[in-house]
Design a protein around this ligand. Structure first.
Ligand SMILES: Nc1ncnc2c1ncn2[C@@H]1O[C@H](COP(=O)(O)OP(=O)(O)O)[C@@H](O)[C@H]1O
Ligand SMILES: [Mg+2]
Length: 389
């Protein structure tokens, strides 16, 4: 017996081959379940608008902030969004590398860098937390050469630099403007793998040739990995996608000395174009994406797989200042209605030094004692002093 009608929505950009094929396939496979698919249409969203979609596949909100805001509200209204916009918003390539090492997945050594430049209004004094100059040689000593420098949120090979010397690194850094960048060990590989990863565990490893022209990078060569390596690649891709909560992603691995190093696994609207992925993989991806959304529509989605990264956050410790905290104030908790006297909370503050100004004497340096209207009070970032928070 057919169930209640359910709709699947697709949000997409200018891609030409995947949207039509996907919508048609979902309509074909979903017919017996009363499931239909269409392009989402939007023209301003009210905060209490109910969402007509059971599942939305998002392939473009990284470029259209309105869609991202809409999708978060749609999740609140019960829609399953692939990929979950909340996980997506929390992610970047530096965090991913740090996370991967904790999960036992090999990644190149990676450093996140200060930016080259900043938004208007950020001046030298705004940057008192930064050391200058950046210790480039030390960073290169850590990652080695050749190295890659690339945006920690980015895609399409934009602003990706291959670096062979400190001089090249500094030159490239000077081109990066306000972009947040990572510097990464370059993996000299003998095999390169790009995996489609759907529903977190459905992994299709593909031979990928990054040095070929764009439309010849995906190579149909199903037996290109030996069994052991294929098993590790699939396992590592599953671990990463379960931890990151991504249902539609690609994970790239560069294989060096038999070890697959995860290179790029923040591709949450991956290329699915017929002309680049080729006939066989296009068919796989259309079929498997369609089955995924139907599966999610029928059976829902309970996030919280064993690997999800919030389990790694140190949330078990009591927050500072809470009664159970080991580092919080030692005085007895105040009645909830009483305000604490800021002077009693001395434990978190130490005399500190502003370059060129000398140490400030304790305890009168307590920021809470600074006159509120003092122009540019020391210790308060001027953006905050200017009311920008
Ligand atoms: N650490 C690295 N070692 C070897 N090759 C790399 C490394 N980082 C990037 N590359 C190469 O540069 C390409 C683009 O980098 P990637 O991280 O995928 O950026 P984007 O997100 O823009 O696609 C990769 O497909 C790979 O060929
Ligand atoms: Mg990439």
């Amino acid at each position: 017996m057919a169930s209640e009608p359910m709709k699947i929505g697709l949000l997409c950009g200018r891609e030409s081959t995947f949207p039509g094929a996907f919508i048609q396939r979902v309509n074909d496979l979903g017919r017996e379940h009363n499931i239909t698919a269409e392009l989402v249409k939007l023209g301003g969203t009210r905060m209490d608008d109910p969402s007509p979609y059971r599942v939305i596949v998002d392939r473009i909100s990284h470029e259209i902030p309105y869609y991202r805001a809409y999708l978060k509200q749609a999740v609140l209204e019960g829609t399953i969004v692939i990929n979950n916009p909340f996980w997506w918003s929390a992610d970047d390539k530096f965090f991913e590398c740090a996370l991967a090492t904790k999960l036992g997945v090999a990644v190149p050594k990676t450093v996140v860098l200060p930016q080259k430049s900043y938004v208007e209004g950020v001046v030298t004094e705004s940057l008192r937390n930064l050391v200058y100059p950046i210790p480039w040689q030390e960073l290169i000593d850590y990652v080695g050469l050749p190295a890659f420098m690339k945006p920690f949120i980015g895609g399409g090979w934009k602003n990706v630099y291959k670096i062979h010397s400190v001089e090249e690194l500094i030159w490239a850094f000077d081109q990066t403007g306000q972009l947040g960048m990572i510097l990464q060990e370059g993996i000299t590989w003998n095999q390169y793998v790009r995996c489609y990863c759907l529903g977190q565990t459905n992994i299709m490893p593909i031979r990928y040739e990054p040095d070929n022209p764009f439309d010849k990078r995906y190579v149909y060569d199903p037996a290109f990995l030996d069994t052991e390596l294929a098993a590790r690649v699939v396992h590592d891709a599953q671990v990463l996608n379960q931890a990151l909560g991504f249902d539609m992603n690609t994970v790239e691995f560069a294989v060096r000395d038999g070890v697959p190093y995860a290179i790029d696994f923040l591709n949450v609207a991956p290329d699915m174009d017929y002309h680049s992925v080729g006939h066989q993989y296009f068919e796989w991806v259309v079929e498997n994406m369609s089955r995924l959304v139907i599966e999610r529509a029928l059976h829902g989605y309970t996030p919280g797989a064993e690997y999800r990264w919030d389990a790694l956050l140190n949330s078990a410790a009591a927050p500072a200042g809470s009664p159970a905290s080991k580092v919080g104030p030692t005085h007895p908790p105040a009645p909830v209605t009483a305000l604490l006297d800021p002077q009693e909370i001395a434990w978190a503050w130490h005399p500190y030094q502003i370059p060129g100004r000398g140490a400030r004497p304790a305890p009168t340096d307590h920021p809470a004692n600074a006159p509120a209207a003092a122009p540019g009070p020391d210790g308060v970032p001027e953006e905050q002093a200017a009311g920008k928070s």
